[in-house]
Design a protein around this ligand. Structure first.
Ligand SMILES: *Cc1c(COP(=O)(O)O)cnc(C)c1O
Length: 408
């Protein structure tokens, strides 16, 4: 018989979101009349906007004609879309040949781990989006599960209220691959220019590389905050950016993302990282959907930007309502702290004295509202819940009414 990839054996039990779904389902079975509202998984809910939708459907019609049909395209993506992303989002910071189109950011994060192999040292924010660590475990780079929780080969960077949710970098060893997400999922915090400068300088000084996940850049409203890592001098020498149309344009189901790998980034032996990434994308990937790519082009033209700004604003208004509901009840008396700055879709809420899963169950039981337990994102997320603002307005308003009346 074949031996199992030991990375899978090392994976900690259960992915967070299936467990959330399981508890929701079991609650619904026991309470068939409960009208459960989910503020849990970060899944978009609002329809694709008209201009973007029409561009894609016109393109589908073209595909039905002999002249308009096309099969495989370049694995790296349509030149026109690579150029559009470079021009619109990375003006003077990256060129079209450094932009690679994909089927999404999560898929890119998983694939990119093939570049570094099993000997890579890993550092992640704690709490963090699960695929950074779980992907590293499967790739064999995270080492064994440690008895204290977490993995032996991973340096965890606690992001807590005390440090303003920006980690102490000095614990990162030289030559480490650093996963960094801003605006952050789950804390919702967008790092400042000074903080990202500190991160880039640390990486440059210590031979580290940064995988910068900016899937939520379109939620940044504070104009002093960087929207890409390449706004920071030196980032082109040490940072790869991973990004997505999912949260920007509601493409969670359509699937479209991109990565930026600047020509300057090199491995220890002098090989440009871009050369190997091009190899990964052409060998292990076969190009993003051509329909989705037309949608991506439309999302970045003048009308598309107007539409997606409106779409993101809708979610941000939801977040505002939730912030009011969560700060307007008796929570403050119970020491509950609501962290939200208005630049992301997530509210990060601290419940002192509670385990995340216990307060998750209590809110599910008493409000019929699904949240996400902070502990599922890493040890530093214990006692927190993540509230997501993705939802129809009427559902969010109803959830807010229930939460406002909820007593601890
Ligand atoms: C949603 C999310 C993604 C996933 O993006 P896809 O393009 O849909 O794969 C990536 N990173 C973070 C932090 C996310 O929350």
């Amino acid at each position: 018989m074949l031996t199992r990839n030991e990375g899978f054996a090392n994976l900690a039990a259960g992915y967070l979101f299936p467990e959330v779904a399981k508890r929701r389902k079991s609650y619904q079975q026991n309470h068939p009349d409960a009208k459960i509202i989910s503020l849990g998984i970060g899944n978009t809910t609002e329809p694709i906007t008209p201009h973007i939708a029409k561009t894609m459907s016109d393109y589908v019609q073209k595909l039905t004609t002999k002249d308009g049909y096309s099969g495989y395209g370049d694995e790296q993506g349509l030149t026109e879309l690579r150029k559009k992303i470079a021009d619109v989002l990375y003006k003077d910071m990256a060129t079209e040949d450094e932009v690679f189109i994909s089927d999404g950011a999560k898929c890119d994060i998983a694939r990119i781990q093939t570049l570094f192999g099993r000997n890579a040292k890993i550092a992640v924010q704690d709490p963090a989006y699960p695929v950074y660590v779980d992907g590293s475990v499967i790739a064999g780079a995270a080492g064994k599960a440690s008895s204290q929780g977490g993995y032996e080969g991973v340096t965890y960077l606690p992001c807590t209220a005390e440090n303003g949710f920006f980690p102490d970098l000095s614990v990162i060893k030289p030559d480490t691959l650093i996963y960094f997400c801003s605006p952050n999922n789950p804390t919702g915090v967008a790092s400042t220019r000074e903080q990202l400068t500190e991160l880039v300088n640390y990486a440059l000084k210590n031979g580290c590389m940064i995988i910068y996940d900016s899937a939520y850049y379109s939620f940044i409203r504070d104009s002093s905050l960087p929207r890409t890592i390449y706004e920071i001098p030196g980032a082109r020498k040490c940072a790869i950016e991973i990004n997505s149309f999912s949260k920007l344009a509601g493409f969670t189901g359509i699937r479209l993302g991109w990565s930026v790998v600047p020509s300057e980034i090199k491995f220890a032996d002098g090989t440009p990282v871009k050369q190997d990434w091009n190899r990964v994308m052409t060998t292990l990937f076969n190009g993003a959907s051509n329909i989705a790519q037309q949608g991506g082009l439309a999302a970045l033209d003048e009308e598309g930007i107007k539409e997606t700004t409106g779409l993101v604003n809708y979610y941000l208004e939801n977040a505002n309502l939730m912030q009011k509901a969560l700060t307007g009840n008796n929570f403050a008396n119970a020491g509950v702290k609501v962290y939200y700055t208005g630049d992301s879709p997530y509210l990060w809420v601290y419940f002192p004295g509670w385990k995340s899963w216990d307060i998750f169950d209590k809110i599910l039981d008493e409000c019929n509202v699904v949240t996400t337990p902070g502990s599922g994102f890493g040890p530093a997320g214990e006692s927190y819940l993540r509230f997501s603002c993705f939802g129809h307005r009427s559902d969010v308003e109803e959830a807010c009414r229930r939460l406002a009346g909820f007593k601890l």
